[in-house]
Design a protein around this ligand. Structure first.
Ligand code: G6P
Length: 612
């Protein structure tokens, strides 16, 4: 939620900030603003997207080689000009940008109002900048010390950058709970919510830790201290990210590019981990925890959104393959519902961004009860990757489209590997079956490639259904989470109401919705309880619902029943989610494009939900 970027160095700051904001826009896009320091602090901000800000600043003084910018996803205060960041302190000598939530802002605000401060906005952020100004004037301390004192009074999450008019060679950044990375160039520094605005300038980065403050001075080394005033040595890491990975590469949208990247991202997530010839699976990241997982009485998977759907597939996989009981929890519920947790429980947190606030809180809770917590994250060095005891990265590459696609299939691929690894160690699968699964898994990227060739057919189906109001997605067994994910993709980017259901549950409610206007997407591949799904299709057909079926290549029975069908290659039942999800992503994508929706930045959503 919210993207922040800042620069100090010899170059003009504005072009760096604006292109950084464009890269961070997936984090929020309801208002945007920039602050540049030349003679004075100049702040320009407006409601809307980064492109609106670019239009707004035409003709304005954009000089300055110190600056910062922000793209917002509103939490406190509606998205408008006033609430957009940056915010000035009362005497306009300080400016702040902030990502996160100051939970005790109401108390701090009324104290400051009593001391004569006037608030321009409804944001929690403005409290912080007034507080820092107040400390500077009362305690006569340097800005970094005032920031430190202020942060000791704050409850909540923050990634902030402060620029002070009186200190034109310095920017102050700090974080707790919201991500922040500092790029260290030759005589210049960059600060951002993730590395994407930085990668074209330097690949030397420092990930700020919670409760750390960075004092970033032109022509000086980077200094870091904690809010308890302990100095820290900056740990410079090398970024493994290329510019081409975060650009559209000729596709109309990031989402489409990411859908098409899936053969590669699934392959990359398995590379070096699946050894077909030797018939083994190895996962270096959790090697030291293998015994712990095997001995676990149960595994609890916790995640949000699409990652939660991957977790559901994981439940089926791990129970099937390794016979270890698995529960899947929404992180937002788990963290608040006083769950029973034992020291021999293993908690598996799944997150693309590695920054989701609820998942982080669920991890903290699990750790506080003594459970072992492992992560499946896509973003290397992210908060969740660091908060967990160990983990396995999905190597999907940066996912920019807000609707998750390649991260989901990469998560499912990694969960399959975990299931197989546990089966291998526990001996729960006959060797022949194990090897067959490895072969089939190895063949998945090529099969996804074949599915991508169905684009024109899927587009034609999208055209027929682009104006519907409602839709139902049904599947059973491994295809039930696929139905949930298919429905989520459609609703989040096309704003068509879509529900995913276990196919047999349809008769306990959703069947009442079915009439000749209702498209029902069946994931009806020829494995598992296929015959029962056929019965469910018949039930919909009898009520005149329109049937779009995802079927196994050559399945004549469902072809006869369905109004439209999409044939996908066959595989083992437990690997079908890796295939069946892809045409559903494509269907949603085309429908959303035909409805003129902003596919990469759907309304009200954000890619990385760092607030609860
Ligand atoms: C947001 C995104 C979803 C994502 C979810 C969980 O809602 O829009 O695409 O699935 O957060 O995010 P995570 O990064 O933890 O997987």
């Amino acid at each position: 939620m919210c993207g922040i970027v800042a620069y100090i160095g010899p170059r003009d700051a504005y072009p760096i900030l604006i292109s950084g904001l464009r890269r961070l826009e997936y984090r929020g896009y309801d208002s945007a603003g920039v602050c540049l320091l030349s003679e004075d602090l100049n702040i320009y901000k407006c409601k809307g997207k980064v492109s609106d800000l670019e239009e707004y600043v035409v003709g304005k003084n954009l000089s300055g080689n110190v600056g910062m910018a922000h793209t917002r996803w509103a939490t406190h205060g509606e998205p408008n000009y006033i609430n957009a960041h940056p915010h000035f302190s009362q005497n306009k000598t300080l400016a702040i940008i902030h990502n996160g939530i100051i939970e005790n802002y109401a108390v701090l605000r009324s104290e400051l109002i009593n001391r004569g401060y006037k608030f321009a906005s409804e944001t929690d952020t403005e409290v912080l900048v007034h507080l820092i100004e107040d400390i500077i004037s009362n305690e006569n301390v340097a800005v970094e010390e005032a920031v430190r004192i202020a942060l000791n009074q704050v409850i909540g999450a923050y990634a902030i950058v402060i620029i002070a008019r009186e200190f034109p060679d310095k920017i102050i950044a700090a974080r707790k709970g919201s991500p922040m990375v500092i790029g260290v160039g030759e005589g210049e520094f960059f600060v951002a919510s993730d590395a994407t605005p930085i990668v074209e300038y330097t690949n030397n980065v420092v990930y700020l830790n919670d409760e750390e403050i960075a004092i970033i001075e032109r022509d000086h080394d980077l200094r870091i201290k904690t809010i308890r005033n302990q100095s820290q040595t900056p740990y410079i890491q090398k970024l493994e990210l290329s510019l081409s990975e975060i650009e559209k590469g000729g596709f109309d949208h990031f989402m489409l590019k990411e859908i098409y990247e899936q053969p590669r991202s699934i392959y990359d997530s398995m590379r070096g981990r699946i050894h077909v010839a030797e018939g083994i699976v190895s996962l270096g990241g959790i090697k030291d925890y293998e015994q712990k997982i095997i001995n676990a009485k149960r595994i609890i998977i916790t995640a949000c959104g699409t990652s939660w759907h991957a977790g559901l597939v994981g439940e089926y996989l791990i129970e099937d393959l390794a016979r270890i009981p698995v529960e899947v929890e929404y992180s937002s519920e788990f963290r608040y519902r006083n769950p029973v947790l034992y020291e021999d429980d293993v908690v598996l947190a799944i997150s693309q961004s590695g920054e989701t606030a609820d998942t982080l809180a669920a991890i903290d809770l699990a750790k506080s009860k003594g459970a072992t917590v492992l992560g499946i994250c896509n973003v290397v060095g992210s908060s969740i990757a660091r908060a967990t005891h160990a983990g396995v990265y999905t190597h999907a590459g940066p996912e920019i489209g807000v609707a998750s696609t390649k991260a989901f299939t990469a998560q499912v691929a990694v969960l399959t590997l975990i299931g197989l690894l546990l089966a291998q160690k526990k001996g729960t699968l006959p060797k022949s079956e194990f090897v067959k699964l490895l072969f089939e898994l190895d063949a998945i990227p090529a099969k996804v490639e074949r599915i991508l060739k169905l684009n024109d057919k899927i587009k034609a189906i999208a055209h027929i259904y682009k104006d519907v109001k409602n839709s139902l997605y049904l599947g059973r067994g491994y295809n039930f989470p696929v139905a949930l994910e298919g429905a989520l993709k459609l609703k989040e980017i096309s704003y068509i109401h879509a529900e995913g259901y276990p196919a047999a549950e349809m008769k306990h409610g959703p069947i009442a919705l079915i009439d000749e206007l209702m498209p029902v997407v069946f994931i009806a591949t020829r494995r598992g309880i296929y015959d029962k799904v056929i019965t469910n299709i018949e039930e919909v057909k009898a009520r005149k619902g329109k049937i779009i079926a995802i079927i196994t290549e050559g399945d004549e029975s469902v072809k006869r029943l369905a109004d439209h069908y999409i044939e996908i290659p066959d595989s083992e039942e437990m690997l079908i989610p890796l295939l069946a999800t892809v045409p559903l992503q494509m269907l949603s994508y085309h429908i959303a494009v035909m409805r003129n929706c902003n596919v990469d930045q759907p309304r009200n959503l954000a890619k990385s939900v760092t607030v609860e």
